[in-house]
Design a protein around this ligand. Structure first.
Ligand code: NAD
Length: 448
């Protein structure tokens, strides 16, 4: 290790933090090392201490409560702050870290409301620090190919996009068990989840959204829907429902879930396994959005969170043809695997696959008056369609001269999240919402 090592602080030491920390300790150990953790929960910080100790027993990583974030910045002097705390907390941490002069890596969504966008914009304008918003789906080879095809004019000028995202009753249900179920904390799925999808379309089209209209509601999960469907008298915690219940979720069955969440819940009351049919859910599970873009194209977008399979379908229509991307991330939910949330880790094989939707991706280009052509999709590295591996190289080593401009900053982070924020406003008012004047244009550096 050299004296030139960058100092990294981690805010929010739950599930997602582990990927960044493990990558820093392993493939990017030459770049820097962790110096501080900031979280509400000592158990989760200690879990990450053990990951550090297994590789670098010489390191001592400081622990800080959220109220001591300022002291952390002053005492630990991080060069980079990695933010993986719940969504509504991002803006304040991003802004304060930038104002302190640190670089910031923030998970999607960049923030959850307009005040957060403005708070970050103000800090970006006054800081020399760099802000990276980690849109890992851009790095997935199949999604990268769509950008390349559009950029090279394979379908001419894009006129419209049709985008449907299906979250299944494992992964989709998980957003209704914990903090994501509270719109004030996650912004709802239009912000928390769809920020990925809105970013992909903004990036594919190299354009900015202009107007948003949304409809949707909570039609499947939640206590009211349970009553309507005769699913009453369920316990508050999903671990207590019958083992055969497809929504059973046992934190004790998976060592990592147990160590991170069950063992720490007495400290801060973070309950990871609420029943998906309990009271208190304030987010939607079915959403439809129409987005108009500045150059004239439009998108119709659908998200639902109780699909029998997981994946997405995209069609890009252009003046010279059409691109179709069909992705099955999990062909069928197997209730016995309720703690296997990552679809890529739950592949169905052999006899079980019979009659099941086959897992995989298919990218088709059909130009006018030509037969359809299937485009081969390369292999990525890591979760999220092979996007995480390459994202981590960019995060820790810098993006270099990427002609695809995959590394994103404030402008791109704002452009995607504002579609969701405007969508939430549209759901509330029933009116279309214009984004005029709220967004910088796309730039070679993602609007940093
Ligand atoms: N890009 C992706 O594909 C992807 C995947 C998963 C999560 N994420 C993002 O990562 C972030 C974290 O998600 P997660 O699944 O790890 O959640 P998590 O609940 O597992 O972890 C969040 C952590 O933040 C801590 N925390 C709560 N309030 C805090 C506060 N005020 N200050 C500091 N820490 C606080 C919690 O104690 C917990 O340890 C979210 O923004 C989420 O959108 C992104």
């Amino acid at each position: 290790m050299t004296g030139q090592q960058r100092r990294y602080a981690f805010v929010g030491t739950g599930h997602r933090a582990q990927m960044y920390l493990a990558s820093l300790l392993d493939g990017h150990a030459d770049v820097g090392h962790p110096v501080a953790f900031c979280d509400t929960n000592e158990v989760r910080m200690s879990y990450h201490d053990r990951l550090v100790a297994a590789v670098r027993p010489d390191l001592r990583v400081g622990h800080y409560a959220p109220a001591d974030f300022g002291r952390m910045l002053a005492d630990e002097r991080p060069d980079t702050v990695v933010i993986t705390s719940p969504d509504a907390t991002h803006a304040e941490y991003v802004a304060r870290a930038l104002e302190h002069g640190a670089d910031v890596v923030v998970e999607k969504p960049m923030t959850t409301d307009l005040a957060g966008v403005r708070r970050i914009q103000d800090a970006v304008g006054r800081s020399d620090g760099e802000l990276v918003v980690t849109f890992n789906y851009r790095y997935s080879p199949r999604n990268t190919l769509v950008r390349e095809l559009i950029a090279e004019g394979a379908v001419g000028e894009v006129t419209s996009v049709n985008f449907e995202w299906c979250l299944d009753t494992l992964h989709g249900a998980d957003y209704f068990r914990r903090w994501h179920r509270d719109k004030a904390t996650s912004g709802g799925l239009l912000v928390h989840k769809s920020t990925h999808h809105f970013d992909l379309v903004n990036w594919w089209l190299d354009d900015r959204p202009e107007v948003v209209f949304a409809r949707g509601g909570l039609f499947f999960y939640g206590a009211q829907n349970a009553r309507r469907r005769g699913l009453e008298n369920r316990p508050e915690r999903a671990r207590n429902v019958d083992a055969g219940d497809p929504f059973a979720f046992d934190l004790g069955a998976d060592e990592r879930l147990r160590l991170l969440y069950r063992d720490g819940e007495h400290l801060d009351g973070y309950i990871r396994d609420r029943d998906v049919f309990s009271e208190g859910i304030t987010i939607e599970d079915n959403l439809n959005v129409v987005v108009g873009y500045r150059r004239g194209a439009s998108m119709s977008y659908t998200l639902h969170a109780h699909s029998p399979w997981e994946g997405y379908r995209v069609a890009v229509n252009g003046t010279e043809g059409r691109i179709e991307l069909d992705v099955v991330e999990r062909g069928q939910v197997r209730p016995a695997n309720a703690s296997v949330l990552d679809p890529s880790a739950d592949r169905i094989s052999g006899a079980e696959a019979a009659g099941s939707r086959s897992q995989g991706s298919r990218l088709t280009l059909q130009r006018h008056w030509e037969p359809a052509r299937e485009i081969a999709i390369g292999e990525g590295r890591g979760s999220h369609g092979g996007g995480d591996g390459m994202l981590l190289d960019d995060v820790f080593r810098g993006p270099g001269a990427d002609p695809l401009r995959r590394s994103a900053g404030f402008g791109d982070g704002a452009a995607s999240v504002l579609v969701g924020i405007a969508g939430n406003e549209s759901l509330r008012t029933g009116e279309a919402v214009r984004l005029d004047g709220l967004l910088p244009p796309p730039t070679a550096t993602g609007g940093r």
